[in-house]
Design a protein around this ligand. Structure first.
Ligand code: AMP
Ligand code: TRP
Length: 336
């Protein structure tokens, strides 16, 4: 029997799912399920590395789990990071196989630790510095072959490989697999309000379109999408129009994409037509997801027990790895 390759990826519970991270990451996770063994985590420990509110964190974690299921992630592939304490246990061990200097040089640490807070004093947690080590533990504990992530995560992947190599070298054993990133065809979706920046939560409400948002609002956001900023060169498609076509393609509307593209090239495209089609495509997708979400919410108890059960099942893999790690590293390894 040929064992399928192991996929692992995680996402932070830090707010709404929007069409940027849906088309850029989550849709890809859904598609990979057909070909690989997959494990997908909602990483709540990571979400504590920046200032946060405890109640919101728990609510966001549940919301994201339900949203992931609603868009097609199989519940048996999902886990909550804080339900698997072996992640943080391995993180501690990895702290001793990773240099402080390398952590201070990580781009994300430099960016986030230099962000000035809107209110209060600046507080840079040690957790923020240690973020990549926990990230490495998430991946290596499952001996993942491939990690589907955006290009912005490449440095974290590199760090995971460095830690695995140092560990393997010091233990004199090829124990951890070196994980590879998996870049599939993931479009970079731009903000419809400002197509020069990527669609994201951090830029503010008008810069992202909520996958589970109100139908009228989705239509309105597309209707008011910026098309011509006057910056594009003669004969070149503007960033805003490119983004609308990109969204249409991402929705799987290939025929409409093709015929509207022909209109564009022959100079007959009406932006209002393009916006109408894109708006309908997004609303169509969103409505299907919302319906699924409604059904999941109607049976919340069942969803909760499914997540607990899948986390417990996935935890067994983490526990087996930890047992071997403790053996190798000279730690106590007895069952009470
Ligand atoms: P975030 O929502 O920023 O936590 O990102 C979660 C994942 O979605 C990461 O792998 C990002 O690379 C990806 N992502 C987020 N925003 C976009 C976007 N506008 N276009 C494409 N991918 C995105
Ligand atoms: N850093 C990732 C992000 O912000 C989230 C993450 C945490 C992750 N642990 C991971 C991604 C392990 C892939 C594998 O999107």
């Amino acid at each position: 029997m040929s064992k399928r390759k192991q996929i692992l990826s995680c996402i932070q519970p830090t707010g709404d799912m929007h069409f940027g991270n849906y088309f850029g990451a989550v849709k890809n996770w859904v598609d990979l399920q057909a070909e690989y063994d997959c494990i997908y985590g909602v990483v709540d420990y990571h979400a504590m590395t920046m200032p946060y509110q405890p109640k919101k964190l728990r609510a966001n974690t549940w919301e994201l789990l339900i949203n992931l299921m609603a868009v097609g992630i199989k519940p048996e592939y999902l886990f909550v990071q804080s339900l698997i304490p072996e992640h943080t246990e391995l993180c501690w061990i990895f702290n001793c196989f990773c240099s402080y200097g390398q952590l201070t040089r990580m781009t994300q640490f430099k960016d986030k630790s230099s962000q000035t807070p809107k209110d209060g004093e600046q507080f840079i947690s040690a957790g923020l510095l240690d973020y990549p080590v926990l990230h490495a533990a998430d991946i290596l504990i499952y001996r993942a072959d491939y990690v589907p992530v955006g290009k912005d995560q490449e440095q974290h992947l590199e760090m995971s490989r460095n830690i695995a190599q140092r560990f393997n070298f010091q233990m004199g054993k090829e124990f951890f697999k070196l994980p590879e990133s998996l870049y599939t065809e993931t479009p970079k979706i731009m903000s419809t309000a400002d197509p020069s920046r990527k669609m994201s939560k951090s830029a503010g409400e008008k810069h992202y379109i909520n996958v589970f948002g109100d139908e009228a609002r989705i239509r309105k956001q597309i209707k008011s999408a910026v098309t011509d900023t006057g910056e594009s060169k003669e004969g070149e498609m503007s960033a805003g129009v490119t983004n609308l076509f990109e969204l249409l393609k991402a929705c799987g509307e290939t025929e409409a994409h093709q015929s509207l593209m022909e209109d564009y090239h022959s100079g007959n495209l009406k932006y209002s037509d393009l916006k109408g089609v894109v708006g309908e495509a997004l609303v169509g997708l969103s409505n299907g997801f919302k319906e699924h979400k409604k059904a999941l919410l109607a049976d919340k108890k069942n969803v909760k027990s499914q997540i607990k059960a899948s986390s417990a099942e996935i935890r067994k893999i983490a526990q087996a790895t930890m047992k071997e790690v403790k053996e190798l590293t000279g730690l106590f390894n007895v069952k009470f």
